[in-house]
Design a protein around this ligand. Structure first.
Ligand code: DTR
Ligand code: ZN
Ligand code: ZN
Length: 441
């Protein structure tokens, strides 16, 4: 059951704060007409402001033994720093204390007054670092990005349909301690009102990838739609569930999602080809190290992810859906079975209302459920029959292709029938086309 089906499943007001989630980017929208006027347009989040917050967190670490870890003075100074900004911006804030390893830990919960008390859209990041360094990417980046988003909500005096809540977690590095404490100490009637929990842990990695959590489909689609709208391909975050603060929420049935720019895993050559950066090098070589400082940030990734957060918060908390930041989407979500070692099959979309030629950064969303993708050849076929190869039997035993490719289709007339052609070239593994989407920026 996707998130949309969960809407209005619950009712009831709450003491601490409020809300249920309703309204979202439909995960299986039929081919859209040219983008309708945006119902709610998120602001551009200033990466300069986000970096200033990171500089402040760096200064805090410098003044407190070089880290911002649980139980150390640097962590409490960090939480006080964030709380002061939110209090000044009109948030209702609460410090939630817990004990771990003989030290007092703190979660900061900040609620933006207003919105439906039974529909909460919640964003969270852990604020603690490891003891070995200042933790600017891990996880000053997520903490600073949601802080600036919260301040942008205040500056805009946003009055969303749903209720907005933000959280900064303690002791994540010791095992998701703070977020677990929050979930375990929030009554189930309150938890049920949280209709979306968005997690941001490492979103400015110096050799960045653009990963989207593949937990709740509506939240996943929201982030993928944003990135498709700016022509940046994304991948599903596959480093494993349970590795950050969304896990306690997911474990009690809260719809979760989030963004990730990578940690100690190595960027492949295919990833470097689509995202830039350095193949064969970790997404963040300073992961959990003393060199995770203000210099350990890719500004472009931090900027894009901060804006993607705004798109999700504004869109998921509004009563209506906002089209992609730019662009027109055409999608076919009909499943098409792929014959094992058989003939090619296709999924088609009919593009209309787009004048002239297709763009040089046509976003091609491919969602194929199939074991061993090394069997597959995947092509985009333009209306005139031109073939653009997207995947040619790479990936060996990896399962599923769920990716947005950027294709230079500027020599093609935009309007007409575009096809996604898939052929399984080897036996024993099977699957189907789940969806095919074109986004014209
Ligand atoms: N556990 C996080 C870093 C991390 C590793 N894999 C993922 C996947 C998704 C989000 C975060 C992470 C930490 O060290 O804080
Ligand atoms: Zn960490
Ligand atoms: Zn982290």
């Amino acid at each position: 059951m996707n998130l949309s089906a969960r809407l209005s499943a619950l009712a009831g007001a709450s003491a601490l704060v409020l809300g249920a989630f309703a309204g979202a980017v439909p995960a299986n929208a039929a081919p859209a007409s040219p983008a309708a006027p945006a119902a709610v347009t998120p602001p551009d989040i200033s990466v300069t402001n986000v970096k200033q917050h990171l500089a402040d967190l760096q200064s805090i670490a410098n003044a407190n033994g070089g880290n911002r870890a649980h139980g150390r003075t640097g962590y409490k100074a960090s939480i006080d720093f964030v709380k002061a900004k939110l209090d000044a911006a009109g948030y209702t804030t609460a410090l939630q204390q817990f004990s771990y390893n003989g030290s007092t830990g703190y979660n900061l919960i900040a609620d933006w007054p207003g919105g439906d008390p039974n529909q909460v859209v919640m964003s969270g990041s852990h604020l603690d670092s490891v003891t070995s360094g200042p933790g600017i990417n891990d996880n000053g980046s997520g903490s600073a990005a949601i802080l600036e988003n919260a301040l942008a909500v205040s500056r805009a005096q946003l009055q969303p349909t749903k209720h907005l809540r933000f959280a900064w977690w303690g002791a994540e590095e010791l095992g998701l301690v703070g977020s677990k404490y929050y979930v375990n100490n929030t009554p189930s009637t309150e938890r049920a009102k949280i209709k979306a929990y968005l997690n941001f842990d490492m979103i400015g990695s110096p050799n960045p990838g653009y990963f989207v959590y593949d937990d709740d489909p509506t939240i996943e689609q929201t982030f993928k739609t944003y990135y498709a709208g700016i022509g940046i391909p994304t991948e599903i975050e596959t480093e494993g569930d349970g590795r950050s603060d969304h896990a306690p929420f997911k474990n009690v049935g809260v719809p979760v999602g989030g963004l990730f720019s990578g940690a100690d895993y190595t960027k492949t050559s295919a990833q470097a080809q689509k995202w830039g950066g350095t193949a064969g090098q970790a997404f963040d070589r300073c992961y959990h190290s003393s060199c995770d400082t203000s210099a350990n940030i890719n500004d472009t990734a931090l900027d894009r992810n901060s804006d993607a957060i705004a798109y999700a918060i504004w869109n998921l908390s509004s009563g209506s859906t906002t089209p992609p930041p730019t662009g027109t989407v055409f999608e076919n979500t009909a499943d098409v079975s792929i014959p094992d070692a058989g003939a090619a099959v296709t999924s088609s979309v009919t593009v209309s209302g787009v004048s002239g030629n297709a763009p040089s950064n046509l976003a091609v969303g491919v969602d194929i459920v199939h074991t061993w993708i090394g069997d597959l050849v995947v092509d985009l076929i333009a209306p005139d029959g031109s073939v653009y190869n997207l995947h040619n039997r790479t990936g060996s035993s990896t399962d599923n292709i769920n990716q947005t490719y950027t294709v230079n289709a500027s020599s093609e007339v935009a309007n007409g029938v575009w096809k996604l052609r898939v052929q399984d070239k080897a036996s024993a593994d099977t699957g189907y086309i789940n969806s095919f989407k074109l986004t014209f920026p």
